[in-house]
Design a protein around this ligand. Sequence first.
Ligand code: G6P
Length: 584
Amino acid sequence: MCGIVGYIGKKQAAPLLKEGLKKLEYRGYDSAGIAVLGDRGLAVEKRAGRVDALSANVYGNCGIGHTRWATHGAPTAENAHPHVCGAIALVHNGIVENAHELRRECMERGEKFFSETDSEVIAHLIARAYRGDLLAAVKEGCARLVGSYALAVLAKDRREIVCARMKSPLIVGRGEDGCYAASDLAALPACSAACVLSDGDFALLNGENFTVFDAGLQPKEGEKVVFSAKEEDGALGGYRHYMRKEMAEIPLALENSCLEIGNIGDFSGFYEVLCHAEYIQIVACGTAYHAALCFEYAAEKLCRIPVEVTTAGEYRYRDPIVPKNTLCLAVSQSGETADTLAAALCAREKGAKVAAVVNVAHSSLARMADFVLPTRAGAERAVAATKSFHAQLAALYSVLRALAAARGTAAPYFSLAKEAEEALALSEKVQGWAARFAAARSVYFIGRGADYCAALEGSLKLKEISYLPSEGYAAGELKHGTLALVDGRTPVVAIVTSEALAEKTMNAVSEVRARGAGVYLITTLASLSGREGIADAVLLPPCEELYSPALTAIPLQMLAYYTALACGNDPDKPRNLAKSVTVE
Ligand code: G6P
């Protein structure tokens, strides 16, 4: 993962690099570093920990920066980027898969390494190739690499930055005071021109302009990015954490992400494919995977179409069968998750049409897909996904409704913005549960059908930010083994929204209660809220059962948030995680 930035122009580089890196911290925050070229040569500052730890007291108006999510080597200052070798300094996002053999080759030549990273070897290769032409040297160095990279490279004796991209995102832009490079548009200031590099591209930045080159170093017209200056300013707006602020934005995310899918309008091409689809495969990771499971449950039930959801990291390695007329939905907030991208490519190679359900319009996934179904959650900064999950549900339920229409089935109307607003207010009561959860040995979330999908997401949220061992379980499955783990120190959260399945889930509730567990209920069924023996309950507004995860996820997210606070954790930046996972 990691985030990289570069600046060359009239201004001091260090403060701009630091500002850009802060906006990329969602990509990792294990260490940070900058290298700046000034009158007195190259100055490097590297620190373990977050970007804020950088003093940025280095002067010059050309520089590169990095915020790291550790893959090779611990999160120390030595392993922080930039890496310097001879005349070269570079920052890297990606993984060099042949780093081990390249490193051995360099060491046999007597070259010294100062870090355990795979990235340092790239600096060695480029330094070896450098004879005054930095662009040519970067090309020569990259030719030896297997794996993924986004690079920004400086040479001590040249006032320019060279960038390269292979399977890791990189954008270059020209602003008023100079040129910029960054892993994500969010880290660029308003630019009059900006391009997304494609795999194999290089770019050369000087103080006035940038040029994009193809793999053979022929100048090319880069793929332009439309610059929307009105991207959110990132302010917390009175909230203590982005996660809580982003939860408050759930109603809007739901409303904005409902899509009009039919035989006219923006999605008519997709609708055509949807009408002929006989089979739907969905690939996604983490929270997006859970949104996909919610869709699977609803689509099979309502539209009688086979839907198969696979965690993207597993998909391609199991050599999947892709029958004729398969539609593949690739669901991803960032659109940069390496596993999801690889799985979508694999599905397409095997003949599926790919539709990206994606929150970032210029992302790699959006660019590779046959169709884009945008989720409009707005920028999400907290690592734990909240409003983007709801936006994914809204877009997927729009697909469900279109599919039902195409198959002559009536789908219930979907619009839960008002109910979500109510759910947010009602869910505040889980703050009172947090101390008991924070003291728990482990936590179980149980449900059936759509409630089971919500249970999985509730458990993931809790794990991500409170670090408590937790599992989401199908209520009926608990007794087949896991019940052995339940005792008086095991809170169990039961999610119940289906009249038909309610008593079945309540049987599981009785079984865990009999083992001493405290049971916390999240339900839309007023009939259950006064049930004896329940420690506490959140009664949500009534909701169509198929769509219920859009409501039940809210108290679950809130529970994770308050438990994380009770544990003394920063819910926005949980340990070991990053928001955009661009490595396999
Ligand atoms: C990471 C994040 C999760 C996220 C998953 C998929 O693991 O920590 O919160 O759900 O990636 O991300 P995507 O951007 O593809 O939705």
